[in-house]
Design a protein around this ligand. Structure first.
Ligand SMILES: C[S@@+](CC[C@H](N)C(=O)[O-])C[C@H]1O[C@@H](n2cnc3c(N)ncnc32)[C@H](O)[C@@H]1O
Length: 260
């Protein structure tokens, strides 16, 4: 993995508390999975386990393998999930190696954090059994455009500019067309991607911004500027804080009979 792309640690306890928006999105993605209830499903970027728990409810006889690059997220997920039906692994998805292929891959609010989608889809394809399903949702092209434009004004402030300039490349908000091409290149079939606008109002705006949207910014700022930066963002952006999310829904299948 490129050292510039190293995955960051998350405040897992706060994320777990404030991520009701991600949990709502996840329910719809889980509903797209065609499950009997006895399968093994990979939760790619399982985070604190809040969403993994929802997924497990659809697998009364099955199990989940949760993979996340953040050790603190995996630790939190371990507290929330039953040992007998969950395997939790700290790993970058770009380095994913499973001992046995899974029946389906699920992922919510994660794939845009990974810049190399070509390699990502190769790893997810390799994790699936022939005929297995991929259902995912992540940020897509245009995600948070208005929010990020407003943020530019705060980022230009002389207190913050030396640290946060050029941060736009932190995410990969891909288009449906590019994603379908990358899925095909990885070997997937029946690929279908579509964008969906979601305006969301976080219940705890400051903590949501701190933990979810502005993690990469705060990571670059010295600790003593964190609260000033959050104050500046909250002052600049109209209230109630409304985030202009654009979600990229990804559906695809590994062809039956396809070899590794
Ligand atoms: C917004 S959280 C989503 C967590 C969970 N899926 C949910 O819906 O609540 C994004 C997660 O992606 C994980 N992540 C980011 N980059 C990753 C990578 N390269 N490999 C594995 N996990 C990664 C983060 O550690 C974080 O837990």
């Amino acid at each position: 993995m490129n050292p510039d792309e190293e995955a960051r640690e998350w405040d897992a306890a706060t994320y777990d508390r404030v991520s009701h928006i991600q949990a709502e999105w996840a329910r719809e993605v889980i509903d797209r999975l065609e499950l009997r209830g006895d399968e093994t499903v990979l939760d790619a970027g399982c985070g604190s386990g809040r969403v993994t728990k929802l997924l497990l409810e659809h697998l009364p006889e099955g199990r989940v393998i949760g993979v996340d690059a953040s050790a603190s997220m995996i630790e939190k997920a371990r507290e929330a999930l039953p040992d007998d039906r969950t395997e939790l692994i700290v790993s970058d998805l770009l380095d994913l190696e499973l001992t046995e292929p899974v029946d389906a891959v699920f992922s919510n609010a994660t794939l845009h954090w990974i810049l190399d989608h070509r390699r990502l889809f190769q790893r997810l394809y390799a994790a699936l059994r022939p005929g297995g399903q991929l259902e995912a949702q992540c940020g897509g092209i245009g995600n948070l455009d208005e929010f990020l434009n407003s943020l530019e004004n705060v980022n230009g402030d002389e207190r913050f500019a030396p640290y946060v300039r050029g941060i736009a490349s932190t995410w990969n908000f891909a288009s449906p067309g590019d994603t379908e091409i990358r899925l095909q290149a990885a070997g997937f079939a029946d690929e279908h991607c579509r964008l969906e606008d979601r305006l969301e109002k976080p219940r705890e705006p400051r903590e949501f911004l701190r933990t979810v949207c502005l993690g990469p910014h705060l990571e670059r700022l010295p600790d003593e500027l964190h609260e000033q930066y959050l104050d500046a963002v909250l002052e600049y952006i109209p209230r109630p804080l409304t985030l202009d999310y654009v979600r990229l829904n990804i559906s695809a299948r590994r062809p039956s009979g396809a070899s590794a």
